[in-house]
Design a protein around this ligand. Structure first.
Ligand SMILES: Nc1ncnc2c1ncn2[C@@H]1O[C@H](COP(=O)(O)OP(=O)(O)OP(=O)(O)O)[C@@H](O)[C@H]1O
Ligand SMILES: O=C(O)C1=C[C@@H](O)[C@@H](O)[C@H](O)C1
Ligand SMILES: [Mg+2]
Length: 184
């Protein structure tokens, strides 16, 4: 049986965590395609529920309101029946309740990349309200220092290389297959 067929027997949702630009959305979608699983993105689901973009939610209601919506949306996504890959917003795994829920119900993957790579990726779009400052790099460095130890609680750590999404996709599928084999 090939590695994808084995990975599909995981029996839990796969949840991607990590900083802005790590590739949670783009790699998560590709992993879901490969598995034939549903893909959900928590930022997108919060936007759908609010009828506003993430930037508008931050501007109109503040970050705390966004975090509250994010927590509720992720709890709902984890309850959806059927196989699923869920890409989280960059801050979602930092919430204690959300992280506890993910540890209980899902397999979590920390997508890692170095700061230069992240900055190059996030500079392509201005849709991330936390980075609308004079020094977005300093913000990212602070977030990495603060959040790194928490992201490290994820079950699997995968480096998301600069050149291609494919390396990260294959690394995730392989780690899933190894989990299934370890479960016996
Ligand atoms: N491994 C990779 N190789 C090349 N490009 C990548 C890789 N990972 C992500 N990218 C690109 O970087 C940009 C940001 O990626 P993406 O939106 O998936 O990140 P994210 O982790 O979902 O960020 P956010 O937390 O802000 O939602 C996209 O243009 C994506 O195509
Ligand atoms: O890292 C963060 O805190 C964020 C990341 C994005 O995915 C969005 O969820 C929002 O811009 C906040
Ligand atoms: Mg995303």
């Amino acid at each position: 049986m090939d590695r994808v067929q084995i990975a599909k027997r995981l029996g839990r949702p796969l949840v991607l965590v990590g900083l802005m630009g790590a590739g949670k959305t783009s790699i998560g979608r590709r992993v879901a395609d490969r598995l034939g699983w549903r893909f959900r993105d928590s930022d997108h689901e919060v936007e759908e529920a609010a009828g506003r973009s993430v930037s508008e939610i931050f501007a109109d209601f503040g970050e705390a309101a966004f975090r509250d919506g994010e927590r509720r949306v992720i709890a709902r996504l984890l309850e959806e029946p059927g196989h699923c890959v869920i890409a989280l917003g960059g801050g979602a795994f930092i919430h204690d309740e959300t992280r506890a829920l993910i540890k209980d119900k899902a397999l979590s993957v920390w997508l890692k990349a170095d700061i230069d790579t992240l900055m190059e990726r996030v500079s392509r779009r201005d849709t991330r309200p936390l980075l609308q400052t004079d020094d977005p790099r300093a913000v990212m460095e602070t977030l990495l220092a603060e959040r790194g130890p928490v992201y490290a609680e994820a079950d699997i750590h995968v480096t998301s290389p600069d050149a291609t999404h494919e390396g990260a996709v294959l690394a995730i599928l392989e780690a899933m297959a190894e989990r299934v084999e370890a479960q016996g």
